[in-house]
Design a protein around this ligand. Structure first.
Ligand code: N01
Length: 592
């Protein structure tokens, strides 16, 4: 951290650095990522899908297809759509939920919205004519768009819902993947694309006694409207007269807290680390403006946002919101790409404003102090809300700050913090998802490639891929993830580029009579080496950060050494992929 005083402020940078380090220290725990519990074993009931068709029974499907896509969220949808557009033969889609939507199928908690502008987040707006009703779309609208895309590109007939792919075994003789599911299906596929999502494996905090609580309790991605009443738009009449506890103040927590506060008799919000909560500034879409956009506007806008948020200033900031302003202010004054020092100074100033905003909204000084985040802006995913901080001025809301230690215990009656038991009628876990720890654990898949080698064995010393998508020894198999892939803050920009790459490559193989494709040993190793060399700065930054899923809770295990996004950033990554298509996939891949 620089020791210079920022000329634009009175911030004592050294004191702030000490405070950041102290706050981080408080939160570090020896069990790091293993502090969490997964929705399996005794917690499997937490995984029940409130929106599933109950007791669904169907005949097992025995089928041969050209491409099997696992996952019906945006990643899987975009891949299937790109394949359709290229006229690639037969497709099947396997999806755990009862419909398309992925994240937006599972997460229906009250207040849910996307924090990336809808005009760059929702894919294929120009092609589909879909008009998002607001600048930051409600979850339900995004879920609706997912289903409209599936209808428009005729994907329902190819989908198996409420189905879990369990094993993928490569059959060298037939040059096919054999995929089996929990419903007895057996699908032979030439190509398999695994798009099981970035936030698809919910986690519970490792607090002793979770299973002993006698009232209703659920994870936000399995919201129990049967108990709370109402909908994602609020009006949670089931909470009238009830005392509710919410654990978690990440992006999910800050969105679901206001509607719960409006309905419950009392809300206790249990905070371990305060979120940074910036201005949202949502507004209805100006339909006239929207319809006047020139052809190609959406891709241009997506690119403009990714350029700005990669620290690459452009003549205009098309999105111009709380996400881009950090880069805009400094970059405009310097007129060029931000230096690390400028970026750091901008982040410090940004967080100072976030803290000042709390003072200007929250009336109780003690509560305001407890809500202030002390970490670098990008240590955690920044939050945005124009109604979260206001909640703490209500008499029926209590912030229970755990001073970085978290909730101590769950009892049959409620939660314990600092030795005090808070009696509750309901506990809501806004405690997030597994992230970048283990692809096979998060996806629940057993994958065995050539020679029966499992992906876990192949990756026992860390993930090895070309572009984050392909692994040698696992022919015709693709993974959509951000590990070893360059990601934009707008993940759908990355998914868009990845789906185009995969569809181009699969179409290339199909039209040239190519049976198998995988990375050459050399290309894979070069990519891994490049990822390692470019991730040093990222790791150095995150090592100083307060614990979060971004930095494996402050302690990155050796086996996760390679589990990070491509450090060259999304723009360089997109160029790599585009070049591959442009030169006919002439390098880096081995074809048979
Ligand atoms: O999960 P999180 P999320 N005692 O992991 C707390 C995307 N998303 O679901 O910070 C008490 O961020 C934990 O505390 P701490 C987005 O990318 C987007 O909110 O670890 N508390 C934290 O506050 C996001 O990043 C949108 O100290 C405990 C919370 O649980 C990602 O999804 C909306 C605890 C978990 O926060 C995940 O966000 C929603 C304990 N023992 C999500 N253990 C939008 O687009 C954990 N916590 C708006």
């Amino acid at each position: 951290m620089t020791t210079e005083r920022d000329p634009n402020s009175d911030i004592d940078i050294e004191a702030l650095a000490r405070r950041y380090a102290e706050e981080r220290e408080k939160r570090l725990r020896g069990d790091a990522v293993s502090q969490y519990q997964h929705l399996e074993g005794k917690f499997a009931t937490f995984d029940a899908d409130p929106n599933a068709v109950p007791d669904l029974v169907r005949d097992a499907v025995i089928r041969e297809v050209d491409v099997l896509v696992i996952g019906g969220g945006y990643g899987g949808l975009l891949t299937a759509i790109q394949l359709r557009k290229r006229g690639v033969g037969t497709i099947s889609i396997i999806e755990k939920g009862a419909d398309f939507g992925g994240t937006w199928y599972w997460n229906r908690y009250p207040g849910i919205r996307c924090d990336v502008e809808s005009y760059i987040y929702l894919p294929l707006l120009e092609e589909t004519g879909f008009v998002p009703s607001e600048r930051y779309a409600r979850g339900e609208e995004i879920y609706t768009q997912c289903r409209l895309l599936a209808e428009k590109f005729d994907l329902y007939r190819d989908a198996l819902f409420q189905t879990l792919a369990e094993s993928l075994i490569w059959d060298e003789k037939n040059r096919r993947w054999t995929v089996t599911t929990n419903r007895g299906d057996r699908i032979e596929a030439r190509f398999v694309v695994s798009a099981t999502g970035l936030y698809s494996s919910p986690k519970l905090p490792g607090i002793p006694g979770i299973e002993t609580f006698e009232g209703p309790s659920f994870h936000t991605s399995r919201w129990d409207y049967g108990f709370t009443g109402g909908s994602a738009d609020g009006d949670l009449v089931g909470l009238h007269g009830k005392t509710v506890g919410i654990i978690g103040t990440g992006s999910t927590g800050i969105q679901c807290v206001p509607p719960v506060a409006r309905a419950a008799a009392h809300l206790y919000l249990f905070q371990r680390t305060p979120a940074s909560v910036d201005v949202r500034g949502n507004r209805p879409t100006d339909v006239e403006w929207y319809r006047a956009q020139p052809p190609g506007w959406q891709r241009e806008r997506m690119m403009n946002f990714t350029q700005w948020t990669s620290g690459l200033p452009q003549a205009v900031d098309m999105v111009s919101d709380s996400m881009t302003d950090l880069f805009r202010e400094k970059a405009v004054s310097s007129g060029m790409e931000m230096t690390p020092e400028q970026r750091e100074a901008a982040e410090i100033l940004k967080m100072e404003r976030v803290r000042q905003r709390i003072d200007s909204i929250v009336e109780n000084k003690e509560t305001a102090a407890a809500l202030k985040p002390y970490f670098h802006y990008f240590c955690k995913r920044p939050g945005f809300s124009d109604n979260y901080l206001q909640v703490f001025n209500r008499s029926n809301v209590t912030l229970v700050d755990t001073a970085g230690q978290g909730v101590e215990k769950v009892t049959p009656r409620g939660l314990v913090v600092g030795g005090r038991e808070y009696a509750l009628d309901c506990i809501i876990y806004a405690t997030g998802f597994d992230f970048m720890t283990s692809y096979t654990r998060e996806s629940g898949l057993t994958v065995k490639g050539r020679g029966g080698v499992s992906l876990d064995e192949r990756w026992k010393d860390g993930v090895h891929t070309l572009f984050g998508m392909q692994t040698r020894g696992f022919p015709n198999f693709f993974v959509l993830t951000i590990v070893q892939a360059g990601t934009s803050i707008n993940y759908l920009h990355t998914a868009d580029a990845q789906s185009i790459y995969m569809a181009d490559l699969i179409a290339h193989c199909m039209s040239n009579g190519i049976e198998t494709v995988e990375p050459t040993q050399e290309a894979e190793q070069q990519w891994v080496d490049l990822c390692v060399s470019l991730s040093a700065d990222r790791h150095a930054f995150f090592e100083k950060c307060t614990p979060s899923y971004f930095n494996f809770e402050g302690k990155r295990p050796r086996e996760f050494e390679l589990n990070s996004p491509f450090g060259g950033g999304p723009l360089a990554y997109f160029e790599y992929l585009e070049q591959m298509s442009a030169n006919g996939f002439a390098e880096k891949l081995e074809f048979h």
